[in-house]
Write a protein of this length. Structure first.
Length: 387
């Protein structure tokens, strides 16, 4: 853990300082960065006097600054300081381990004082864990979800020090339970319309599991012995199905076709002959037609109302969002009356029998399915409201 903490600090320093040289880092007070860069250079050339000078000055300054800070925190005596003390000792140890990669003679020549802080680290770790554990216990005795959530955060800090510290796991489970907002999803029919069988069941089948978050849990059915902090109420105020609408359009398509021959007669009424002795004749044409009846059917189901957020403890309406779900049945069909051979190809493609109107219940069930998707989006968009 100590190496990890030191690495994080070092990476942060590198991100801030960019490509600074060790001397520039020293001048700007980025002492750990200066130490790191100098050690890297000296690993390649231990005789580099410039880097030796930077390392000696930067190490002594940052080491003394850390030790002074620890002395101050210990004198101050605040129990919540042990986490800071542990982190500073971790930084000291990490820095010293970095310097120890250099030859021992070089370290001695610079007069760098390396200290053994293992005992202090162990003590700070123990006291920091004890502080966060005790603080979490006190928070769990307080009412309110926020106190439980802070307790959970403190217990996570305990586990960062010791994976199995006293009853940390059991207390985390308790904090999670106390800190979670339980939300009950319900529906209410205020439309004074009798709903089709299965409608209510279909609407409350909405899957809210994937909307669950760490501190928010949704329920579509009441659980025994569970108190709900909030209620999401789908309040249906209008449930309506329009009358069945039918509109017809009539049009006709026609064309001329040959229907035999007309013979050319002379003045005496005899059929004229051509030079080869054949009868002279012309095509006999007639016009045929086909009537097309185009029927447009329409029927609409509407469910409208609101999604209401209610604080279950106070009964207060926290927020209300309107919701409208329209489901349309529309069908266009064409039937032909007459000889279909006269119809254009695009007209022939439209010839089909009309679909029957769906029942009111069937259309309302489709509208309920659309309504579920809308409600789910509203709940997701307002998820922060229930924290």
């Amino acid at each position: 853990m100590m190496k990890y903490l030191y690495s994080i600090l070092l990476i942060s320093a590198l991100c801030i300082a960019g490509c600074e040289s060790s001397r520039t880092a020293l001048r700007k007070g980025h002492y750990d960065l200066a130490v790191s860069k100098a050690v890297k250079k000296l690993g390649k050339n231990p005789a580099d006097q410039k880097q030796l000078s930077v390392l000696g000055e930067a190490f002594k300054k940052v080491q003394q600054s850390d030790l002074d800070r620890i002395i101050f925190l210990k004198k101050e005596g605040s129990p919540d300081s042990w986490d800071d003390i542990f982190n500073i000792y971790s930084k000291i140890k990490g820095r010293q381990q970095l310097v120890k990669t250099l030859p021992e003679q070089l370290i001695s020549s610079l007069g760098l004082q390396l200290i053994n802080c293992d005992e202090e680290l162990i003590q700070a770790k123990q006291k920091a864990a004890e502080y966060f554990y005790a603080h979490a216990l006190a928070l769990l005795e307080k009412p309110g979800r926020n106190s439980a959530r802070q307790a959970y955060s403190d217990l996570e800090r305990v586990k960062s020090y010791y994976n199995n510290f006293r009853e940390t796991d059991a207390l985390m489970a308790k904090a999670l339970e106390q800190g979670t907002s339980n939300v009950l999803f319900r529906m209410k029919n205020q439309s004074h319309v009798i709903l089709p069988a299965g409608f209510e069941e279909e609407l409350t089948k909405i899957s809210l599991y994937e909307l669950n978050q760490k501190w928010t849990k949704y329920y579509t059915a009441e659980q025994k012995n569970m108190a709900y902090d909030y209620i999401i109420l789908v309040n249906m105020k209008v449930i309506d199905v329009s009358p069945e609408s039918i509109k017809e359009t009539h049009y006709t398509e026609s064309k001329e076709i040959q229907d035999g021959w007309n013979y050319v007669l002379d003045a005496r009424g005899n059929v004229k002959k051509d030079s080869l002795g054949n009868d002279i004749k012309t095509p006999k044409m007639k016009r045929i037609s086909c009537e097309v009846v185009e029927t447009f059917k329409k029927k609409v189901a509407r469910i409208s109302g609101s999604v209401d957020y209610i604080n279950n403890s106070t009964g207060q309406l926290m927020k209300s969002e309107p919701v409208i779900s329209d489901t349309f049945f529309e069908n266009v069909s064409d039937i032909a009356i007459g000889d279909m051979n006269v119809l254009k190809p695009e007209t022939k493609a439209k010839i089909k029998p009309p679909m029957p109107f769906p029942g009111d219940g069937e259309l309302l069930m489709q509208s309920a399915g659309n309504l579920k998707k809308m409600v789910k989006d509203i709940i997701w968009n307002n998820r922060q409201l229930l924290n």
